[in-house]
Ligand binder design. Structure first.
Ligand code: 3HC
Ligand code: 5AD
Length: 567
């Protein structure tokens, strides 16, 4: 941690006294005890591999007394808002998405009826990749792992009977995000909503696609332009909308550890901010609406420290590197999702417990919004029952445990503070390496992130395989008998054909003149990098051009991307 004296008060002598106590305790109580009863391991580490001490004392936090600050105040270590969950419980935002829009709409309404307070949509692979349902590449994938959206009528059906001024909606969508945002705006305008009242998020984090998730359409440059255009459009037209949800989650799921997750996410953030500033936007005009997404992994204390560390790092970066003046530009707000990669096929009920503990770390770490995974995660997309239990898990944490009554209750814990400092320092170390490689885009091109992530993934797999990292039900306490049976989500086999026929029908009945002129306008705007793509895309979707038609035409203007392989 830096020696920024504004966040640290001196209490002379405390660290020395604690160090003295520690030394005498090690000599007396500890040494004698250890001689009779050795510990179970030679060394102890956090989930990310940081070595941990036996016990933490004031001697372990740099300086004599650690001033942890206050919530809602720079550097926001303790939370972005001064009242946190006392004023408003985090948003309970379970993901839904499968089949046709109508099927997902029904799941939304079920979840809202169960007390869910935000929506989160997952799209099928064709939609994620900007393809139409009738594309040859889409066959067998339509509505399989998310909802299928081709044209505006699908989007209208998705939000049927849901008041978009009353609930915030997150859409997990990246290279084709701007088209779905355009459809969202089109639905809102049709229904007469005030765009400034709409609260929601598109993921729209294209850099992490090149780093981790690998879903892209266009090369980096035009993809960054699209992100910039959505940021610019929202800054002007949608006061409460979050145009990007910069995501560590997928970096983690690709195998990164906690340190890498936050470091790479901050490096990507720096690139977006620098890019937006380069076009002349004022930092305080868009930064308050940048938003984040992290995993909530298994190591409870390290995760809490991770959330605190990244909040503090971000605050300092926005203020010191980018000159933000508005505190809202410095406060990091994030969504958390429990870690899908930790959930197991054997003994699936254990997943409920894992998820509850991971959710607890998100809440202790001050998350604004949370998805808890289904117990059936390792089998398929979640059933209604699995989502209900996952939602109830959040509700139990919120209403029964008392953890939401006090802000940042682990603040001041010597251990958590020490870890927070370490993780914040680790981001700065990675920043130095990335700068040396020439920045984020250059580091992507050289396979830096990809290599770092695969090294961590390998190390973690090795620890699991050797049993050094226990996974209950998998490498420890394994059931001898057959697998426990659980009910899983069944896909409707007719859904794909229905979706394709609706798409054809929309194409047949739309006004061909309007579609043609919308396409021409879109292409001409796309060819001018200084123009904003959003207005022409909104008109394109209103003219019922499909997702695949739009991305197909733009591929000719923007080109496509091929990754340099990493060995
Ligand atoms: N008192 C009073 N008001 C408060 C308050 C308090 N204590 N705390 C918050 N509020 C207010 C806020 O000011 C805000 O009002 P505003 O919009 O007018 O400013 C409102 O309540 C909502 O609060 P937040 O913005 O904190 O919470 P949201 O839930 O609306 O937003 C977010 C959270 C992180 C900023 C947003 O970006 C978000 O919800 N993201 C979700 C992303 C998501 O769900 N992603 C899923 C991805 S799944 C995936 O990728 C996996 C796979 O499919 C590959
Ligand atoms: N419905 C619900 N959850 C989903 N996820 C992905 N697709 C869906 C869906 N259609 C969640 C799972 C997965 C993570 C990446 O996102 O938890 O592991």
């Amino acid at each position: 941690m830096t020696d920024d004296s504004r966040y640290r008060l001196a209490a002379p002598g405390l660290a020395e006294a604690a160090a003295g106590d520690l030394a005498s305790w090690e000599n007396d109580e500890l040494a004698g005890f250890l001689a009779r009863r050795p510990e179970s391991r030679d060394e102890y580490r956090t989930g990310s591999g940081l070595p941990v001490e036996r016990v933490y004392t004031p001697a372990h936090v740099d300086g004599d007394w650690h001033d942890v600050g206050l919530p809602g105040r720079y550097p926001f270590t303790r939370g972005p808002y001064p009242t946190m969950y006392r004023g408003r419980t985090w948003t309970m935002r379970q993901i839904a998405g499968f089949g046709q829009a109508e099927e997902t709409n029904e799941r939304f309404r079920y979840l809202i009826a169960q007390g869910q307070t935000g929506l989160s949509i997952d799209f099928d692979m064709p939609t994620l990749m900007g393809l139409d349902s009738d594309d040859a590449m889409s066959l067998g994938e339509v509505g399989r792992e998310g909802v299928a959206i081709d044209t505006l009528p699908d989007m209208e059906a998705l939000f049927d009977d849901i008041d978009l001024e009353q609930i915030s909606v997150s859409m997990t969508i990246n290279p084709s995000a701007w088209i779905l945002l355009a459809m969202y705006v089109a639905v809102a305008e049709e229904r007469g909503y005030d765009l400034d009242k709409l609260s929601g998020t598109i993921q729209n984090d294209i850099l992490k696609e090149y780093v981790a998730q690998k879903e892209w359409i266009f090369p980096v440059e035009p993809s960054m332009r699209i992100v910039r255009d959505t940021i610019g459009y929202c800054a002007e037209n949608m006061a409460r909308y979050n145009p990007v949800n910069i995501s560590g989650y997928h970096i983690s799921e690709a195998g990164a550890n906690a340190q890498q997750e936050i470091a790479f996410t901050m490096a990507i953030t720096k690139a977006y901010v620098a890019d937006a500033l380069a076009t002349g936007l004022d930092v305080d005009a868009f930064a308050p609406r940048l938003s984040f997404f992290f995993v909530s992994q298994a190591d409870l204390f390290e995760e809490v420290a991770k959330f605190r560390a990244v909040r503090r790092f971000y605050a300092r970066m926005m203020k010191e590197t980018f000159g933000a003046k508005d505190p809202a530009s410095m406060r990091l707000r994030f969504h958390a999702q429990t870690a899908a990669a930790t959930l197991t096929k054997p003994q699936p009920m254990n997943n409920i417990v894992r998820t509850a503990l991971q959710a607890l770390s998100a809440v202790l770490g001050g998350a604004q919004s949370l998805h808890t995974n289904g117990l059936d995660e390792a089998y398929t997309i979640p059933s209604e029952q699995a989502m209900k239990i996952a939602l109830r898990t959040q509700q139990i944490i919120a209403d029964e445990t008392g953890v939401a009554s006090v802000i940042d209750p682990l603040g001041g814990s010597y251990y958590v503070e020490r870890l927070t400092d370490r993780l914040e320092e680790g981001i700065a170390d990675y920043f130095t390496k990335i700068e040396e490689l020439g920045g984020v885009v250059a580091a992507i091109e050289q396979g830096f992130f990809q290599r770092e992530i695969s090294d961590s993934a390998y190390e973690f797999a090795r620890r699991k395989a050797s049993g050094d990292r226990p996974v209950i039900g998998v490498n420890k306490h394994v059931d001898a008998g057959g697998a426990e049976k659980i009910e899983t989500h069944e896909l409707d086999p007719e859904s794909e054909a229905r979706q394709i026929s609706r798409l054809k029908q929309v194409r047949d009945v739309r006004d061909p003149e309007r579609a043609k002129s919308a396409m021409e306008q879109l292409l001409s705007v796309a060819a001018d990098p200084s123009a904003n793509l959003m207005p022409a895309t909104i008109e394109a979707v209103k003219a019922h051009l499909s997702m695949g038609e739009i991305t197909g035409a733009l591929r000719d203007v923007f080109g496509t991307y091929t990754e340099t392989p990493v060995f």
